[in-house]
Design a protein around this ligand. Sequence first.
Ligand code: GLY
Length: 359
Amino acid sequence: MNTSDAEPRSSLSRRDLLGVAAAVPLAAPAIHAPKRRRRKGPVMVGSRNALAGMKLAYPKLLAGAAPLDAAIEVVREVEADPNDSSVGLGGIPNEDGKVVLDAACMDGTTHNSGAVAAIENILHPSEVARLVMERTDHCLIVGRGAYDFARMHGHEHVELLTDASREIWLKWKETMSDRDDRLPPPVDADEKHGSVVPSRFERHGTIHCSALSAAGEVACTTTTSGLAFKIPGRVGDSPIVGAGLYCDAEAGSAGSTGRGEAAILSNGSFAIVELMRQGRSPEEAGLEVLRRIVRQVERASKWQPALMRSDGRPAFGIQFYIVDMQGATAGVTMHGGRTYCAADPDDGPREIDLVALFD
Ligand code: GLY
C-alpha cells in the first residue's frame, strides 16, 4: 500500500470530527424496541467446561472485576487443564500430531476484539488474543506470527501434547485406514491408556464464556484446540468474530462450541446478537439460529450427505451460550442431553440443561 495515500489519524481536526458526528446519527436505529427489564446484576454464561473457572471468577465479577478479566480467568483454568482434551494443554492434536490452538476475545463496550489462530506451544491463547486487541491495531494474528507475538510479550514456549492426547492421536492414525502399513494397537494398550478415538462429528470441543457487569459492560472469549485430527492449517469458528463469539453492549453476547464450520457458515454468534437487538429473548434467538443451521445443512447435504442423519437431523452438535443486556441467559443445542453453566446473584455458578432443538 502506498502509505502516502493514507490519511494520518492526527490530521483530522476536532472540527472535522464534529462535522462527521453531525452527519452520522450516533444512536443505532431501534428495530423493535426490546421490553426494558431491570438488569439482574453481574451474570456469566458459558460452556459446561467453564464451571470450575466460573466458581473462581464469578465472585470477582460480583466484587466489581471487569467482565473481560473475569471471562478470561474462567477459560484460563481449562486452557491449563491437561484433562480437558478440547482446549490448550492436552488438546487433541491435528493430523500431524501437533496441538494447534485458536482463541478470541471481544469487548462489547469498546467494540474491539483480538484473536489468534493456528498458534502452537502457547498455554494461554486467550491472553494472547487479548494482547492482540489491546496492544495492536489488528483483530487476528495467525500461525508463526502469533507464536512470535506471544513470545515477544513474555509467554513461555510450552509442549502442549500430553501422553494421553498423543495416545488418542496414535490410535486414530493406526485405525483410520486399512490401506496403509500401520497396525491397530494391541488390545491391552487400549486398556492401559483408555484412549477412545472420537467419531467424525464428535471431535469438536471448546470453551466459551460471556460476562456482563452490573453496570452493563459486556465481554466474551472463546478458546479451543479445534477439531481433533484436523487438516493442518484448518481454523474453526472460535477465533472468528461473529462465528465463535460476538458481543455488543447495545444487545448482548453469544458464543459457540461444536461444529465450527456450521457456526462460520451461519455467522451464528453475530446472528443471535442481532436477533436480540431486534427484541428476541436469548433462548428465542439461539433456537432461531439453530433452525437456520438445519435449513442450511439440508441444502449442503446434497453434496455432503454425511452432514445429515437418516432421520433428517444434522449429524453434528453445535451449542450457543447467550446473555442479553438485562442479564437473561440461555444455552441452546442442536441435540439434547447436554448442559451449560451460568452464574447470577441469585443462584451463583451452576450447571443447567441446554434447551435442545431436537431431543
Ligand atoms: N468449535 C471449535 C472448532 O470447530 O474449531
